[in-house]
Design a protein around this ligand. Structure first.
Ligand code: BEZ
Length: 237
């Protein structure tokens, strides 16, 4: 039992390869993450089909699918429900449900059936303190090499902020493309952070104004990064 519980709560960590699995989805079978090799992909779980918070999330995510695709990122959903339940729920969403002015929304990204909880357990999506049979709202950002780069977890009662998920994707891609870090609440066009100086010499050189950056102190240096330059690099890639 102890061991089984350990398995249920085992969570992959940042920097780990995304655990591999094959699954049936509403868009056919997938081999994850191999089918997404060379692209970013967001794997996210939700507690159950035909529930209101999840429905509002699906409408929101589906209506942003083109925006994520433009940023080179696919979406893959999961819940511990069967394929026919998924199909019926997605049909109901399209035919009947309106959320924040969005209606007739078609969910075109794959939704994994995970009745056995095999995938949910691999990704630590079952958090027994929250619920032992429903997945929490987990979000895994997986990079083109299949490495987990960001994980965000929400409880059952809290719907996700999809603007933040998009912002996080763009910030991750910007950090990779320009070898920088992004400060609190960063958005394209804001200054970016240069990694702290790694030697006394580098710290001095920065404070002497010999580098193309603005330093408030040796460890806190930033530089401008043009919004168009960012968007040109991170979109359609
Ligand atoms: C919902 O998506 O509405 C929901 C799911 C599980 C528990 C509570 C709310």
């Amino acid at each position: 039992m102890e061991e089984q519980n350990d398995k249920i709560v085992a969570m992959p960590r940042l920097g780990d390869p995304a655990p591999a699995f094959k699954a049936v989805t509403t868009q056919g079978e997938i081999n994850f993450p191999a089918d997404y090799s060379g692209k970013w992909v967001i794997l996210f779980s939700h507690p159950a089909d035909f529930t209101p918070v999840c429905t509002s999330e699906f409408i929101t995510f589906a209506s942003m699918e083109d925006q994520f695709a433009e940023a080179g990122c696919s979406l893959v959903g999961l819940s511990i429900d069967g394929l026919y339940s998924h199909i019926a729920w997605l049909r109901t969403i399209k035919e009947k449900i309106e959320y924040k002015g969005k209606k007739n929304v078609e969910v075109n990204f794959p939704l994994i059936e995970d009745i056995t909880m095999d995938v949910a357990k691999k990704y630590g999506m079952i958090q027994p303190g929250e619920d032992s049979t429903k997945a929490v709202r987990a979000v895994f950002f997986i990079d083109p090499k299949g490495i987990i780069r960001t994980i965000i977890y929400y409880p059952l009662s809290l719907g996700r902020n999809f603007d933040e998920l998009y912002r996080a994707l763009i910030a991750l891609k910007t950090a990779d493309e320009f070898n920088v870090a992004t400060p609190a609440d960063w958005r394209p066009g804001d200054d970016v952070i240069i990694s702290p100086a790694g030697s006394c010499g580098a710290a001095k050189s920065r404070m002497d104004g010999k580098e193309e950056m603005t330093c408030q102190d040796w460890f806190f240096c930033s530089k401008k990064l043009d919004k168009d330059e960012v968007l040109k690099k991170v979109l359609k890639k």
